[in-house]
Design a protein around this ligand. Sequence first.
Ligand SMILES: CC(=O)N[C@H]1[C@@H](OP(=O)(O)OP(=O)(O)OC[C@H]2O[C@@H](n3ccc(=O)[nH]c3=O)[C@H](O)[C@@H]2O)O[C@H](CO)[C@@H](O)[C@@H]1O
Ligand SMILES: C=C(OP(=O)(O)O)C(=O)O
Length: 428
Amino acid sequence: MPGIRYIVEGGKRLSGEITPAGNKNAALPIIAATLLTDQPVRLDNVPRIRDVETLVTLVRSLGADAEWTGPQTLNIHAKEVRVVDLDADACARIRASILLAGPLLARCGGVTLPPPGGDVIGRRRVDTHLLALEQLGATIVENENYHFRASKLIGTDVFLDEPSVTGTENALMAAVAAEGTTVLRNAASEPHVQDLANFLVAIGARIEGIGTNTMTIQGTSSFGSASHKIGPDHIEVGSLIGLAAVTKSEIRVRDAGVAHLRAIRMNFERLGVVCEIDGDDLLIPSQQEMKIHADAGGHIPKIEDQPWPAFPADLMSIAVVTATQCDGVVLVFEKMFESRLFFVDKLISMGARIVLCDPHRVIVTGPSRLRRAKLTSPDIRAGMALLIAAMCAEGTSIIHNAHQIERGYERIDERLNALGASIRREED
Ligand SMILES: CC(=O)N[C@H]1[C@@H](OP(=O)(O)OP(=O)(O)OC[C@H]2O[C@@H](n3ccc(=O)[nH]c3=O)[C@H](O)[C@@H]2O)O[C@H](CO)[C@@H](O)[C@@H]1O
Ligand SMILES: C=C(OP(=O)(O)O)C(=O)O
């Protein structure tokens, strides 16, 4: 696969309307969950991003028919599923390959999965997945692959060792097909976990407590057909807030899913970036205060990620780049991934005033004038943060490894250019 680079002319003001793509992290588990039913399923608002294409290839290799019948519409019919040796390279490209475990345990009694991939942003645990699936009756043998087997899945009371997003999703997909009742405690409740649960209900699952950290599931052995629309990507919406703020642009985000934006808006407000709500649209005005609000007593404020409904880990890189353009000092504390903040050296080379205190914390002092640079995108969100920095900087910047950005953001060059950006996409 050729590399991609973006040539970005900075200093452009953007204006206009944009509709967020469907949520990557909802589309992926829902595509995996289509393997639970032998009936046809129609998915709308599916983002056309690399991770989705990779998972669709894996699902096809298992015997499911998967056809794009519209730009964002994917029909999947897993009439028969055969257990095959999955393409290890494809599995290693995406974190979501591990999500095949739950559905294939339920449908075929087992699967062998090579280790999953995904962003290289620190250690990515799978222990929560293993713990939950074992409690539901699976045996798991680990060598260079994970061998999952279960003659029968049996519901039980499961307390997850941490509210892992994909761990909760795997447990949920196994539990809906297990015999009897499962209670999943300390579960993740992110919008994508809710979206998966709602899809499972649409194909016939019985789940109570969707959106909370305790879900009660009555297992069933028969699943039907469904048509389901993937919700908007709140991480893309948060990225657009940061982008509009630092480029002083007025952007209307159509059908933004405002019900899921409270913690995101609250944290941008701490940086002096205030958005307006208009129905389900989010309006980001061009005139922003861009002043970091001190905590009570004049103390240095903090932006930190936490499990949902608090501020999402996937927006930390965007918060850092936004803060470089705001007046004041803020501590950004990323608690989850120990390599996610290392990309700040690239912002520093552009002129940002940031101290990397340790792998999890940076102090940002702003505002600083960003200069053009030659950059390399280490992961999806740092890549997007660098794209935002390049659009805010004076001069023309180059972002190598931009295919990382495209793992998560659909046609971002075209869609931002339609708002007035200048991003040229080239093979690298
Ligand atoms: C395919 C997919 O869906 N990937 C997402 C998924 O990965 P993934 O499911 O791999 O991440 P996990 O939720 O397992 O993360 C590990 C653990 O970190 C902890 N934790 C989480 C958030 C936080 O702000 N602080 C914290 O300490 C949680 O308790 C969690 O259990 O969830 C991550 C956390 O939202 C996101 O970064 C990834 O984009
Ligand atoms: C970390 C991310 O994705 P993944 O879990 O798929 O690597 C992300 O979306 O920011």
